[in-house]
Ligand binder design. Structure first.
Ligand code: ZN
Length: 427
């Protein structure tokens, strides 16, 4: 299997599980991820625990949910698609009139064949979602409703994996694991994060990498509330989501707007030559809202393809296993991997021969031409690194200003470091 197929296979495996912000669906998901990620820690935070301005809610679990007509036929069945039930629906078991049932139904008249995705986390409510065409076919006077759910003291579950590096400074990678049968919104990010972690586990790492798999909003709030003293180690971070669908790559900047991760993402996307957009921060979206709340103000951006709400399949049953494609997943994984490689290699150097241009030929530097570079391009990379390595500029600055691929600039710095001309500065 190629990388894209492997990612897609993981998405397929996780797709049928009914996830929510708490409950066994999240545990099952993390148990599967644990097979891919040795060392993944699963944390359980009890219901009622205060987390910043919020409280861990009651745990929700669901066994079955359906609506039957007067002939006893299931006209809506959670078993057929877990999007049919509004997430966090309270238990119900009774006959209702069609008028009452209608008050609890959600459909999309504009997309009549699709089932919408709805939740009611913080309200005592119940409901069903269905295709608008199916809704129009409901003509009985009364229906039997069964929602065999529990809302009870339990826990919020999240997963965390730390890959220690040479330094305790961290790169934070976060994705949400709270959506049921939605492939792009949630599972694409989960799959990319998982394979990213597997890749990084095999590589030398300067930074430590912390992966968090959390239910949206309440999960990142919970994680932050338990890491108050250590979030200062986060040097760079990304929320990974919507990485398997079509559309141009979209990087949403951190609240700081000028963080190194913002600079690196813009450079990697531009140099990859793929259609993309860089957008400024806004206090809406995924868990970057929490990481970038003003008290934390972490340098965390959001990396996706077409953003939420900007593709017709968003939060519907059309965000399925066909919508998420192996080649799109693989391309996303490649780009995020490249972005992390840039962050890991981005250092500051100082020229030890800043007075006049040093003689490169004498030091054998022209012989080191590598990476498919021609002699002229290699010379430019060497000259730029020497010129801008004044202790102020990082390799990212140099790549930006020189208009050279980061990898070439990095390669030149390594070659120069091997001579007496360049010294690496501490972070
Ligand atoms: Zn969503």
């Amino acid at each position: 299997m190629g990388p894209g197929e492997q990612l897609h296979a993981l998405v397929r495996r996780l797709f049928p599980i009914c996830r929510s912000i708490t409950g066994d669906g999240v545990r099952q998901t993390l148990a599967i991820l644990g097979e891919y990620l040795p060392g993944l820690q699963v944390h359980e935070v009890p219901t009622g625990t205060p987390v910043l301005d919020w409280t861990v809610p009651r745990e929700w679990n669901i066994r079955e949910a359906w609506v039957k007509n007067q002939r006893g036929e299931k006209v809506i069945d959670f078993e057929a698609n877990n999007l049919h039930l509004v997430g966090y629906s309270v238990p119900v078991r009774r006959w209702v009139t069609r008028a009452e049932l209608e008050e609890h139904l959600h459909s999309l008249p504009e997309q009549p064949g699709l089932i919408p995705y709805r939740t009611a986390y913080y309200a005592e409510a119940w409901g069903f979602c269905l295709a608008h065409t199916a809704r129009l076919a409901l003509t009985d006077d009364t229906y039997e409703v069964c929602i065999d759910s529990t809302l009870a003291p339990g826990a919020l579950t999240y997963g965390e994996l730390l890959l220690p590096g040479e330094t305790e400074d961290e790169i934070l990678l976060s994705c949400h694991i709270c959506h049921p049968a939605l492939a792009n919104d949630n599972l694409s990010g989960v799959a990319v994060a998982t394979y990213l972690a597997r890749h990084l586990a095999r590589e030398p790492r300067r930074y430590s990498y912390r992966f968090v798999f959390v239910p949206g909003t309440i999960g990142s709030l919970t994680w932050l509330s338990r890491h108050f003293d250590t979030v200062g180690r986060v040097r760079h971070g990304l929320v990974l989501t919507l990485l398997g669908g079509p559309g141009a790559f979209t990087y949403k900047q951190s609240r700081r707007g000028n963080a190194v991760v913002d600079q690196a993402a813009a450079l990697v996307l531009a140099q990859a030559g793929v259609p993309h957009a860089v957008r400024p921060f806004s206090p809406y979206g995924y868990d970057e809202r929490q990481y970038c709340s003003p008290g934390f103000n972490l340098p965390v951006g959001c990396f996706s393809r077409a953003p939420f709400g900007e593709f017709a399949e968003y939060h519907t049953s059309a965000d399925n296993l066909d919508f998420v494609r192996p080649d799109q997943l693989a391309e996303s994984l490649d780009l995020v991997q490249e972005l992390l490689a840039v962050l890991d290699a981005n250092r500051r150097y100082r020229s030890r021969s800043p007075y006049g241009e040093p003689q490169l030929g004498r030091r054998g530097l022209y012989k080191n031409v590598g990476g498919g570079l021609d002699g002229a391009a290699w010379q430019m990379a060497l000259l730029w690194v020497l010129n801008l390595s004044d202790g102020q500029h990082t390799l990212l600055h140099i790549a930006e200003r020189a208009g050279l691929p980061f990898a070439q600039v990095h390669q030149a710095a390594i070659a120069l470091q091997g001579t007496d001309l360049l010294e690496l500065l501490p972070d």
